[in-house]
Write a protein of this length. Structure first.
Length: 147
């Protein structure tokens, strides 16, 4: 399914942030991740804040939904499925976390570029990208603790 306009891009961004929220919340409760409990809780809070930001941007810029169509931006390039988190071991859970955050970095960079004509929205997407970059560093810290 193509991401053809502002509404579809921000709707997909909500899905992305919900996926992060689910993974990090479950990781915080996962027995094998107990040493990193507080770090995963912080990541989950960050995902919750980003989700609120995406909803705010969508709500406050609803008039932008009727503007130009975007071509060649496909959702399928950013789809990642989450298997049952409870059955994952710590290593797999971290690998999936990195996969999600790297996908989000790529998505938000491309989305900001495609919506650059809508300066406020593009700026918000760039900020979301920066927040994911910070999360990636936190994940690297969690990974190094496990070694």
């Amino acid at each position: 399914m193509p991401l053809i306009n502002f509404g579809s891009i921000l709707g997909f961004a909500e899905e992305i942030e919900n996926q992060h929220l689910l993974l990090y919340s479950e990781a915080a409760r996962h027995p094998q991740c107990a040493p990193s409990h507080s770090a995963f809780e912080a990541l989950a809070r960050g995902a919750q804040k980003r989700l609120k930001e995406v909803k705010r941007v969508r709500r406050e810029n609803v008039t932008e939904m009727i503007l130009e169509t975007i071509e060649g931006f496909e959702r399928k390039a950013f789809i990642i499925s989450l298997p049952d988190i409870a059955t994952m071991d710590r290593k797999t859970l971290l690998a999936k976390s990195f996969e999600l955050v790297d996908r989000s970095l790529d998505f938000y960079e491309q989305a900001a570029q495609r919506l650059k004509g809508q300066a406020e929205v593009a700026r918000a997407l760039k900020n979301l990208c920066k927040n994911h970059a910070k999360d990636r560093k936190k994940l690297e810290e969690i990974e190094s603790e496990a070694l």
